[in-house]
Each structure stands twice: as structure tokens, then as C-alpha cells.
Design a binder for this molecule. Structure first.
Ligand code: F6R
Length: 615
């Protein structure tokens, strides 16, 4: 959580840092702040609220000259969101200033020690403790800022991506990383620092992603120096070329990023299978799988670890892998897996799914699985992210940047990648005949056009949203491949409209939840032709006879559900294993429209952040 951004070079730092904060606001948005060096002193402004509030505050409080600056957008961990707890934080002398993404776990004991030595603290944050520890080390050991940061970090336990500068040495910024992401953009005699590359994409395509336990000193007109925090050894920087552009991270005429991202799904799915799915030739090419096929084929089982929406994609994958490739699969919440002493052996393959590639629990689950000798495969969206680097092999979803906090295109592209893997394994282990394999490839190739078709129901979905927007509770039901879609539909509604919603396997209704049904309860039922259709129709009848309101997600041309349901939303027909890629679409749109009608902040729902880098 939290976004950090910094600049040092020959341009005005303010517009770069401020624009960068706007792009990183998905990482946290309960307070924001900025510090600039104007040639003689640090100018600092910070406030509770969004980056837009900071922009107003800056106008009243500070001048914005200067070619060195740092900024922060916060998702509170230690200390409530208020002006004082916002970053940046000064050291006691006022010489040093810091921004920090992460948590210093042993901050309390360090704080007690520092208080004994006369330090005073204005905020409740762990970050203010860290900057004063750096100051104390710098003074006591009479070392330069870089060394002081290094020595201080060797005393802390926790996670961090930090940027620090000293007003007495305003030609350098010291950055360091452990657990939280940190990218450095390399320009001509200038450096950009950020939690991801989006703040500097229009200035440079060259970036270095710091690895855990690395720090760097970036100086105007000098080459970057990277060192290991623990043993001070020098690290050769490995430069990456950034492949996305500014247009991809802007709203492109849509009112919200979420809506833009929902509509991007046809292209995102196509981009995800492009070059991998060769339907005519009957081939799936995926280097990460091709190079490690024996590991998959000899595995006792596949364990999928993920959180939230990515976990739902994992559940869909369980159906796909077991049904098509006959490989046993277990799907685990990463946060449970990492702490429950699971049985993992060298014969297990673990697939970690993560849009951001930074989710702390998923990362910890990966480390645990690796330590037990399992082969770990990553399915990530963000290129160069920590999980992408931490796994033994992987496949990217090429969804492009997902900015809306509620995941949409990440989900469908994750399912696309997982389907490709399952089909490849099904073919390789002989679970699927050639003709069925070909048929699946052809159907998958048609999905982007079918998603486009499903998106055309938008106006109708808006009308349905209008009818149910004031519901206090909603149920989502599905069976088989569409049970995880029901969970995902409920999560989308909860997180952006704050309406309580539950997802259930349709047949579980009668074991409890049916007691909730009355005329006030909208029930969204996924009832496509393929997949237990008759059974689901019976479940719908059970709800109807208890006066529940039924909104069916059905196959185009459906008659049976239409006869009983209050409303239906149609999606094109496809093979059963691919239905989640279509049934998800109307549920995303429904949640979106309800949240807009309720005037909620769709792209930045309360209490959430895009990238959950704390456990
Ligand atoms: C929900 C949502 C979250 C994420 C979860 C995992 O819309 O976005 O539930 O899916 O925090 O994030 P990643 O996929 O980045 O690991």
C-alpha cells in the first residue's frame, strides 16, 4: 500500500511528483504529501484526503520551485489518516525528510530508545521513527546519508520502499527496498523514483526495479549506484525496457477507469492469448510451461494460492484443470496457506496468481512453497513485479495497467492464461483428444468478440441496476464453473457500492441461505445453457416460490429462465469451461452502474487499495 514518487534532475520536480501521485493514487488515497527543495530549504505540504486536496493545500502553503522532490499517497497502517500522520516526515532536526511504503514492525522499541535520547515525535507513524533512527545513526557515527540509511535499515524489521533526502546535501536521494516495490526511471542526468513505472513513463522507457534488500543513491549527473543493504556489496544494475505507454494508463474518454477496463476486456483477452494460441495450427505456445512441462506432468497436484479476485480466478482454474486436464488442484487463500503449516512437497506445483504481483500474503505463500522445494509458477499482470521475479517461472496476463481498484480485466485475463495452461497440459497428458482440443482453441479464439457482444447489454444492465440499486442485501448464485463467478459478482458489488452481497453455489441455498429470501432480496443467478442448466432452473423455482426477485444471467435466446425470472441479461453461447469469461461481464457492469447511481467513488472505494503490500 501507499504510493511513493520522487524526482531529481534538471526539470521542475513539482509537476512530475504531483502528476505521479495522481497515477499512484490507486495504491492508497487517505492522505497525501509532498516535499520539495527550493535551493535553500525544504518546502513541505501534506494533508488528509486525496491528491486533489493536496494540490489545493500546496497552492495555499508553499512555493513549488525546485528540481528535487518527493511525494506520497497513503493507505494508513500506523496512525489514523490525518494531516500529521501523512508523509513526508521530517527528522527532528528538520534536515532529513522521508517517504515510506511499508511497515516497520519493531518501530515501538526503536521509538522508546530514541525518546530516551531526547527525540520527540509528532505523529503516530512508524515512518517518523525510521527517519529519526537514520538521523541518530548519521550523527552518532558521523557518516553520510547513504551509509546512515543502510545502517539504520539493518536495525529494522519489516517492509519498506523509502526515499530520503537531506537539505544540506540536496544533490542526491537515497532509496531502499524490502518487500514493497520500487522502480527507478533513468533519464539523461535525471532520475525518477516511484512505486511503479507509471509516473515516469512519458519521460523514459528505461527502468531499474530494485530487488529486496537493495538500496541506491541517485545523484544528479552521476551514474546510479546500487548496493546490498546487508553486506554493502555492489550490485550491477539490470535495466528493463518499459513496454507500455501513457495512453494505456489514462481514462480514454470513459468516466471511470473501472468502466474503461471493463470495456478493454475484448482486447485484453486477445492480447493475453496473442502469440500463444495458434488455433489453426492446433498449438499453444507458452515458454514458461514449455520449459517446465515435466514439472507439471509429474506433479502430484497443483496448489493455487491467491487473494481476492485472483483467488476467484484460481477457483475457476480448479474446475478447468480438473475437468480438462484431470490434474488434482487445491485452491488456497494465500493468507491462510502461509500460516497453517500446509503439507507441501517437491512433487507439488504451486501457481500464484496476482494482478499487481505485490500482494504480501501471496508473496509469503510463494516463499513458503519454495522453501519446501515446490516448483512455483506465477500468473501476474505487472511486468517486473516482485511476484513475477520471485517465482521459478510464469506467464504474464497482458491486460495492460489496471488502475480501478476493483479488478475486472485482470480476472478475465487470468482465466485466459489458466485456460491456456490447462489445455496445454490436457493435450500433453492425453486427457483430451485432438478434436476436442482443437474445438477448445477455436472457441477461446472467439471469446473477445463474444465479450464485445456481452458488453452491448450495457444499457439494459443500467436499467436493471436502477431497479435494484437500493437493495440492502443481494445473493449471487452459480454452479460448477460459474460458482466462482457468483463469488466474484458479490465481491464486485460489495467493494464498490458497499451493499452486502453473498455468493453461493446455487444448490447450497437450501442448506441455509434460502431463509434469507423474501420479496426484498434480489438474487442474481448465473444460468447459462451449458452447465447444470436444468438444476439451476429448479433452484430458480425454489427462490421464486419464496417471492425472491430473480435476475438471470442466461444464454442468448433462453426461454426457460426468462419465463420465471424478473429480468434476464443475455450473454453469447460458448463451451462450458469458457462461460465465466462471459458471465462475469454483466456482473461487473451491474456493480459499476449501481455504485455510480449511489454516487460512490468507483475507482477508489473506501478502505481499499489496489496493491495490498501489508499482510
Ligand atoms: C477485488 C480486488 C482484490 C484483489 C486482491 C489480490 O476487486 O482487486 O480482491 O484481487 O487484493 O490482488 P492481486 O491480484 O494484485 O494479488
Amino acid at each position: 500500500m501507499c504510493g511513493i514518487v520522487g524526482y531529481i534532475g534538471h526539470r521542475e520536480a513539482y509537476p512530475i511528483v504531483m502528476e505521479g501521485l495522481k497515477r499512484l493514487e490507486y495504491r492508497g488515497y487517505d492522505s497525501a504529501g509532498i516535499a520539495l527543495y527550493d535551493g535553500s530549504d525544504i518546502k513541505l505540504s501534506k494533508t488528509k484526503g486525496k491528491v486533489a486536496d493536496l494540490e489545493e493545500r500546496v497552492k495555499e502553503e508553499i512555493t513549488t520551485e525546485g528540481t528535487i522532490g518527493i511525494g506520497h499517497t497513503r493507505w494508513a497502517t500506523h496512525g489514523v489518516p490525518n494531516d500529521v500522520n501523512s508523509h513526508p516526515h521530517y527528522s527532528n532536526s528538520g534536515d532529513l525528510v522521508i517517504i515510506h511504503n511499508g511497515i516497520i514492525e519493531n518501530y515501538d522499541s526503536i521509538k522508546t530508545e530514541l525518546i530516551k535520547r531526547g527525540y520527540v515525535f509528532k505523529s503516530d507513524t512508524d515512518t517518523e521513527v525510521l527517519i529519526n533512527l537514520i538521523e541518530e545513526v548519521k550523527k552518532k557515527q558521523n557518516v553520510k546519508l547513504g551509509k546512515a540509511v543502510q545502517l539504520a535499515l539493518n536495525e529494522v524489521v519489516g517492509a519498506y520502499a523509502i526515499a530520503v533526502f537531506d537539505k544540506n546535501k540536496p544533490n542526491e536521494i537515497v532509496v531502499a527496498k524490502l518487500g514493497s516495490p520500487l522502480a527507478i526511471g533513468i533519464g539523461d542526468d535525471e532520475f525518477f523514483i516511484a512505486s511503479d513505472a507509471s509516473p515516469f513513463i512519458e519521460f523514459t522507457k528505461n527502468a531499474i526495479y530494485l530487488e529486496d534488500e537493495e538500496m541506491a543513491i541517485v545523484r544528479r549527473d552521476k551514474k546510479i549506484k546500487i548496493r546490498k543493504i546487508k553486506d554493502d556489496s555492489e550490485v550491477n544494475p539490470s535495466m528493463q525496457e518499459l513496454k507500455f505507454n501513457l495512453e494505456q494508463i489514462e481514462k480514454g474518454g470513459y468516466e471511470h477507469f473501472m468502466l474503461k477496463e471493463i470495456h478493454e476486456q475484448p482486447n485484453a483477452i486477445r492480447d493475453t492469448y496473442r502469440g500463444r494460441l495458434l488455433a489453426k495450427e492446433g498449438i499453444i505456445r507458452m515458454a514458461g510451461i514449455d520449459d517446465n512441462i515435466e514439472k507439471f506432468l509429474n506433479a502430484n497436484r497443483i496448489i493455487i494460492v491467491a487473494c481476492g479476485t485472483s483467488w476467484h480466478a484460481g477457483l475457476v482454474a480448479e474446475y478447468i484443470f480438473e475437468d480438462l486436464a484431470r490434474i488434482p488442484v487445491e485452491v488456497e487463500y494465500a493468507s491462510e496457506f502461509r500460516y497453517r503449516n500446509p503439507v507441501i512437497t517437491e512433487k507439488d506445483v504451486v501457481i500464484a496468481i496476482s494482478q499487481s504481483g505485490e500482494t504480501a500474503d501471496t508473496l509469503a505463500a510463494i516463499k513458503l512453497a519454495k522453501s519446501k522445494g515446490a516448483f512455483v509458477f506465477g500468473v501476474c499482470n505487472v511486468v517486473g513485479s516482485t511476484i513475477a521475479r520471485e517465482t521459478n517461472a510464469g506467464a504474464y496476463t497482458h491486460a495492460g495497467p489496471e488502475i480501478g481498484v476493483a479488478s475486472t480485466k485482470a480476472f478475465t485475463t487470468q482465466i485466459t492464461v489458466l485456460t491456456l495452461i490447462a489445455l496445454k497440459l490436457a493435450k500433453a497428458n492425453g486427457s483430451m483428444s485432438n478434436s476436442v482440443f482443437h474445438h477448445h482453441l477455436q472457441e477461446l479464439e472467439l471469446i473477445p468478440e463474444k465479450v464485445k457482444e456481452a458488453l452491448k447489454a450495457d444499457e439494459h444492465i443500467k436499467k436493471v441496476a436502477e431497479i435494484y440499486k437500493d437493495a440492502k442485501n443481494c445473493l449471487y448464485l452459480g454452479r460448477g464453473y460459474n460458482f466462482p463467478v457468483a463469488l466474484e459478482g458479490a465481491l464486485k458489488l460489495k467493494e464498490i457500492s458497499y451493499i452486502h452481497a453473498e455468493g453461493y453455489p446455487a444448490a447450497e441455498m437450501k442448506h441455509g441461505p434460502i431463509a434469507l429470501i423474501d420479496e426484498q432480496m434480489p438474487v442474481f443467478v448465473i444460468a447459462t445453457k451449458k452447465g447444470h442448466y436444468e438444476k439451476v432452473v429448479s433452484n430458480i423455482q425454489e427462490i421464486k416460490s419464496r417471492s425472491g426477485k430473480i435476475i438471470g444471467i442466461v444464454t442468448t435466446g433462453d426461454v426457460d429462465v426468462k419465463n420465471v425470472a424478473d429480468h434476464v441479461i443475455e450473454v453469447p453461447e460458448t463451451i462450458e469451461s469458457l462461460t465465466p469469461l462471459l458471465t462475469t461481464i454483466p456482473l461487473q457492469l451491474l456493480s459499476y452502474h449501481i455504485a455510480v447511481m449511489l454516487e460512490k467513488n468507483v475507482d477508489q472505494p473506501r478502505n481499499l487499495a489496489k496493491s495490498v503490500t501489508v499482510e
